[in-house]
Design a protein. Structure first.
Length: 273
């Protein structure tokens, strides 16, 4: 048994629990709602396309894809997020397939989908090559792979860098999520199995918070990875206070002066060779 195989079940259990913490639905709906439609547009998703959204969460991209008329499967490791997405889709009168699935071992056939997408989702699977291989495998030749991922240099990438000293060490072999926001890294993962790469960094305007402290407190309450880090240091009051200060200062540095921030992400599309 390889080291990766040996540790995977425990990692998956922890990841599933982490993303069920707090209220990621509010993060997707109230802070980053524009990302999903941007990815759907960039991938040219239209009626008749068979689309797989990998690490779909509550459907930030899957629901806009369904609204465009596509036949959509939304897959995610965390059933609580899928259930929230199903409720939202039902309220909109949209029909999607919601399926629990591991991005590193997708339960779908080879070449099954016209478009395979992920919106700040697959980047959090710990073993990057395994999930990249799955993105390629399930996409048909000539089909589109489309990704939006936070960049290492952007606000969310810097938030993870800020939290890293306070977090438990990652499992052996796991790679940092914001690496998926590096064009070179994604190209190296996909290799010559894709052609026609279009990659550009863009910025999402975020105006959901009226102060740096309100950003910090919202993420402490709603965002699973942030909640997990605070849980790990909960018994150390001084470390909690220090992380409080650092996250507020991060938001303060990125404040454009009018209560808004710009969060950088990589928009990456390619065709399967």
């Amino acid at each position: 048994m390889t080291e990766q195989t040996a540790v995977t079940p425990d990692i998956k259990t922890k990841h599933r629990a982490m993303w069920a913490l707090g209220d990621y639905v509010s993060v997707a709906a109230d802070v980053i709602p524009a990302l999903g439609p941007a990815l759907v547009e960039a991938c040219g998703i239209r009626a008749g396309d068979k689309v797989l959204d990998v690490a779909a969460g509550s459907g930030n991209a899957a629901i806009p894809a369904a609204r465009a008329g596509a036949d959509v499967v939304a897959s995610d490791l965390t059933p609580e997020l899928l259930e929230a997405g199903r409720r939202d889709a039902d309220a909109l009168g949209l029909t999607l397939t919601w399926q629990e699935a591991d991005a590193e071992a997708l339960p779908f056939g080879d070449d099954e989908f016209d478009k395979v997408i992920s919106c700040v989702g697959v980047m959090f699977a710990p073993f990057h090559q395994a999930s990249a291989d799955e993105l390629v495998r399930v996409c048909r030749p000539g089909g589109t792979i489309g990704l939006i991922n936070w960049t290492p240099e952007g606000f969310i990438g810097q938030m993870f860098a800020t939290m890293k000293p306070y977090a438990p060490p990652p499992p052996a072999g796991a790679q940092p999520p914001p690496l998926w926001g590096s064009e070179d890294h994604v190209r190296s993962l996909l290799g010559d199995r894709v052609t026609g790469v279009v990659a550009r960094t863009q910025k999402l305007t975020v105006d959901a918070f009226d102060s740096p402290e309100s950003f910090r407190d919202f993420f402490k309450a709603c965002y699973g990875p942030t909640i997990a880090v605070y849980t790990a240091i909960a018994d150390d009051v001084s470390r909690v206070a220090s992380l409080d200060d650092e996250l507020a200062e991060l938001a303060r540095r990125h404040d454009l002066g009018n209560g808004t921030m710009e969060w950088e992400y990589l928009l990456f599309t390619a065709a399967k060779a």
